[in-house]
Design a protein around this ligand. Structure first.
Ligand SMILES: CC(C)(COP(=O)(O)OP(=O)(O)OC[C@H]1O[C@@H](n2cnc3c(N)ncnc32)[C@H](O)[C@@H]1OP(=O)(O)O)[C@@H](O)C(=O)NCCC(=O)NCCS
Length: 164
């Protein structure tokens, strides 16, 4: 499989609406069911400066999206990026997430000078936790009842990768 990585564009809003309509995608993140194309268009167009948002394409179809959003609302946190990643269910467990994550880390650390990449992941999301550990993210703590998901509260881990 040949994967093309490129920056997200406004025209990708329909593809992102499709990817995030999947229950695993909104269930594994902080997104909500029935995402609108408009919401994704606005997100794409209001990406904070110093952030990176990439899509992975195979045969012209978008199969994954991931971003590191610069936390520069405070000047003292401008070295920090917040990570999110989703692979379309038909392309999971084929190395797409790992390829996309490696590109996000490289761009964030070596080009945008983000030396701390942080994320929150539900404690029962074994695939995501394994992916992050593989890329040297460390678990920093647990947040009980961090979010509401499908009728109940779920715990999450805070994980981060610090550039050496
Ligand atoms: C988490 C996610 C992005 C992984 O993407 P992926 O393309 O399937 O991951 P890869 O195929 O690149 O796998 C990378 C590593 O992750 C781990 N992994 C992936 N799927 C796994 C699974 N089902 N069970 C256990 N480990 C898994 C493995 O360590 C794997 O490395 P290996 O192949 O060398 O063993 C994908 O499952 C997904 O989109 N989930 C729904 C959305 C989500 O939860 N996003 C994360 C929010 S914090």
């Amino acid at each position: 499989m040949t994967i093309l990585l490129r920056h997200v564009e406004s025209r990708d809003s329909i593809a992102l609406q499709d990817i995030y309509s999947d229950p695993d995608a909104y269930g594994g993140t902080l997104q909500t069911p029935y995402p609108t194309e408009d919401t994704w268009k606005r997100r794409i167009e209001s990406l904070p400066e110093g952030s990176v948002s990439l899509v992975a394409e195979s045969d012209g179809k978008i199969i994954a999206h991931g971003a590191v959003i610069c936390a520069a609302r405070s000047p003292r946190r401008k070295h920090v990026g917040q990570l999110g990643i989703v692979v379309h269910r038909d392309w999971r467990q084929q190395g797409v997430g790992s390829t996309l994550l490696a590109a996000l880390i490289d761009t964030a650390e070596n080009w945008l000078n983000l030396s701390r990449i942080e994320l929150d992941v539900y404690t029962d999301n074994a695939p995501a936790i394994a992916l992050y550990k593989k890329h040297n993210f460390q678990t920093e703590g647990t947040h009980p009842h961090y979010a509401f998901r499908n009728g109940e509260y779920v715990d999450c881990y805070s994980m981060a990768r610090i550039r050496e």
